[in-house]
Design a protein around this ligand. Structure first.
Ligand code: AMP
Length: 115
């Protein structure tokens, strides 16, 4: 069996992190190394899907729940506008293979907005 992901360990309380919002199937935390004034992560509670492509194919309703929670935390922690990033695969910058959305908000600079 593979090791639990860092996000599963946060969800179970093994690694300390404040869960800032939660739905039945997803939760949100602050990124430990923020790349924007507001940088949150929205994560399905299940570790079954390694990336957004698998999640979209396997459980589109859960992907919609992640997007909806992203909108909610962007409203609660900023003005409601946000950038949603799913790094996908090592070449796409993904380092944790338990699918998660980066919610970037709060005064993004021009370079960041151009991607
Ligand atoms: P990615 O590189 O897209 O897989 O994103 C993984 C993200 O998880 C990075 O932005 C890390 O800064 C973040 N991260 C890693 N460990 C923690 C932690 N303990 N608490 C919050 N965020 C974390």
């Amino acid at each position: 069996m593979s090791e639990p992901s860092i996000f599963t360990r946060i969800l179970t309380g093994e690694i300390p992190s404040e869960i800032i919002a939660e739905t039945e199937n997803a939760f949100a935390i602050r990124d430990i190394a923020p790349k924007a004034p507001v940088h949150l992560l929205v994560i399905p509670k299940t570790a079954e899907y390694r990336d957004v492509v698998q999640l979209a194919a396997g459980d589109p309703a859960l992907l919609a729940e992640v997007v909806s929670l992203a909108q909610r935390v962007a409203s609660e922690h900023s003005d409601g506008d946000f950038r949603l990033v799913f790094n996908t695969g090592p070449g796409g910058g993904q380092t944790v293979f338990h699918v998660h959305a980066h919610v970037l908000a709060g005064g993004l600079d021009e370079a960041s907005l151009r991607g």
